[in-house]
Design a protein around this ligand. Structure first.
Ligand SMILES: CC(C)(COP(=O)(O)OP(=O)(O)OC[C@H]1O[C@@H](n2cnc3c(N)ncnc32)[C@H](O)[C@@H]1OP(=O)(O)O)[C@@H](O)C(=O)NCCC(=O)NCCSC(=O)CCC(=O)c1ccccc1C(=O)O
Length: 343
């Protein structure tokens, strides 16, 4: 441990002991003004006596400071028009913003293509540990497919080809080996609702509105959009959401298990950053394998392939895995006998 880090840890220990202790009430789940449950926004950990436990003493609390965003205007050699892509300076957070507020951030094929490029960049960047997906402005996260460019076989881009390329994007987010957090203000409806559901976590502003509109406009998602929804909210509620195509406010979405927390609109980015920073403190491999495992429970053979890929990655990083490769390169028999067969 570096001297600087050691000093910081010792400092945190004393700070935690000497700082005014949060009251037990501030540590438990609170009621917001609407009377519904919101998760604690203090980022204190629950503790038996209201005092920070040893983890809290060592690590201190998570910063609520705004991030300093660096904009990346060109990705995959393409200038972004429909999406804003940013990375937080000095911390492993990437933010991808759907930027068509005049259409409530509806996506057209180009939007989806740009989102895919950004997610791909964030996946490949070893300094990025968590990715935020959000929408420009306060009125919408995303209102789904842009109905103005919907043709007979899908959404039509400049090349004139009809596409449903958002389905590929859903799979990309699902399989991305880093947490993806939806930060939702305003409407998350139609295909936009599916995008937030496919993200690993959803932080909702108190003005957020959720729901499927497909059956009202002649569309449906019989893939993740319905089956993953049923895993989140249960079969009855999923059928209600799709068959009636009603819209639900943020508190209702929280009660249904569609979102992780609800915060005041002006705290949305702050709270999203806190959740990201908290995850960034944790083992990236643990998060990666957990995401793959949770996916595998739902995704059949494709999910097992993803989980299996993680097992292979870890094996390639092990001495035993390298002994096999090294022996082949050196044209000798591998000595696997030296590796213990653990129970
Ligand atoms: C989102 C609204 C409820 C917001 O209402 P409001 O605040 O009153 O704003 P408006 O005045 O309605 O909207 C402002 C402006 O934006 C235009 N707009 C909004 N949404 C869209 C949209 N989706 N497409 C095109 N344009 C949109 C609106 O027309 C206004 O423009 P003006 O020029 O000022 O008139 C409300 O806007 C609303 O209900 N929007 C439509 C929501 C909707 O039905 N979305 C499509 C659902 S279907 C879908 O997303 C399928 C997606 C898909 O590709 C798919 C297909 C198959 C399988 C899976 C998928 C998948 O996505 O997963």
């Amino acid at each position: 441990m570096s001297a600087q880090r050691r000093l910081q840890v010792i400092g945190n220990h004393f700070l935690a002991q000497e700082a005014p202790q949060p009251s037990p009430e501030s540590l438990v789940t609170r009621q917001n003004t609407a009377g519904a449950e919101t998760s604690n926004t203090n980022t204190s950990y629950a503790s038996v006596d209201g005092r920070p436990n040893s983890y809290g003493r060592v690590h201190g609390s998570v910063s609520r400071e705004p991030a300093k965003w660096r904009r990346i205007p060109v990705v995959s050699r393409e200038e972004l028009t429909d999406v804003i892509y940013e990375k937080a300076v000095g911390e492993g957070i990437a933010k991808i913003t759907i930027n068509r507020p005049e259409r409530r951030n509806a996506f057209r094929p180009r939007t989806v293509q740009e989102l895919s490029w950004c997610f791909s960049d964030a996946r490949d960047d070893p300094d990025v540990g968590v990715i935020i997906l959000t929408g420009a402005g306060d009125l919408a996260f995303c209102s789904g497919g842009d109905q103005a460019v919907r043709g007979k076989g899908g959404y039509v881009g400049e090349d004139g080809v009809p596409r449903l390329n958002v389905l590929d994007l859903q799979i990309q987010i699902r399989r991305l080996p880093k947490p993806v957090v939806a930060s939702v203000a305003g409407y998350a409806v139609g295909g936009g609702h599916i995008l937030h559901m496919i993200c690993d976590l959803t932080i909702a502003a108190d003005n957020a509105v959720f729901g499927q509109t497909g059956p009202k406009v002649g569309s449906f998602d019989a893939g993740y959009g319905s089956t993953h929804m049923a895993r989140l909210v249960g079969q009855k509620k999923a059928r209600e959401m799709w068959f009636l195509a009603r819209l639900y406010d943020a508190q209702e979405a929280l009660r249904m298990g569609l979102v992780n927390t609800v915060v005041p609109l002006d705290k949305l980015e702050e709270e999203t950053l806190v959740w990201c920073r908290e995850m960034l403190r944790n083992s990236p491999t643990a998060l990666r394998v957990l995401k793959a495992a949770l996916n595998a429970a739902e995704d059949g053979q494709a999910g097992l392939q993803e989980l299996g890929g993680n097992a292979t990655l870890l094996f390639y990083m092990s001495e035993e895995g390298n002994e096999g490769r090294q022996a082949y390169v050196e044209k000798r028999a591998p000595d696997f006998a030296k590796f213990k067969r653990l129970p």
